[in-house]
Design a protein around this ligand. Sequence first.
Ligand code: ADP
Ligand code: MG
Length: 265
Amino acid sequence: MQLILSLQDISYAYHNLKGETPALSHISFEVFQGEFLAIVGPSGCGKSTLLSIIAGLLTPEKGDLFYKGEYITDCGPGEIKQIGYMLQRDHLFEWRSVYKNVILGLELNHTLTQENIDYVTQLLIDYELYAFKDKKPSELSGGMRQRAALIRTLATHPDLLLLDEPFSALDSQTRLNVSADIAQIIRKTNKTAILITHDLSEAITLADRVLVLSKRPASIIYEMPIQFSVERHDPMKVRNTAEYQLYFNQLWEVLTNEQPITQPI
Ligand code: ADP
Ligand code: MG
């Protein structure tokens, strides 16, 4: 498996007039091609900070970052074009149609080629948004908006998707289906994804591996590979398995005790 991303001993603190807020402490991990990694941790522990560092929006104070073997610690945002970022709010522009929203990244990159237009059109068809392409985002359901945001992210062909709690604005039932849909899309397109979430169920249902962060400043306290004997695309089926219960209990205990109870499985 190809190594996509490597973080080596990353630390970061915010500095302002009130002093220093350490956010990340000695974070090291690797992500491989096609892997779906979930990162969980308490609110305010440094999860978004970690993604911002990977996206090049923040420069780590200590440690090194490699993308496909290349040193990218000091690269600014946008330098690594293969990274796509999806946030909690979908950031669709209300005055643009769905279609105009999903091609936004291509317009900004000056890559609105016929080939890319065909690709986006196919994504809209595949993910049941084509009939809504001329509507405004306000006319879509929450789940449809998230799918539109994902298509916009996929349009620029990123290899690595960074998802910062992208489902947290959805109600719990919609969330279950939308997150399963989105994970399915990501797997089908063989993208590599890092999903930040504070929802343990979501992490277990969607990811191949879960990293658990401590309270701020975040450090990695646990790593858990996830495997199921049933198909992943049906979230309820997954949640009814005995494996799911075991994973959940284990993660719960780690987060409650803030320390690993056993060696990772
Ligand atoms: P999470 O995403 O896990 O909720 P964040 O990475 O957003 O946490 O934030 C980690 C900590 O850093 C929090 O305590 C937050 O208050 C603090 N923080 C985040 N951004 C800034 C900033 N720009 N300046 C100062 N402190 C910040
Ligand atoms: Mg956050």
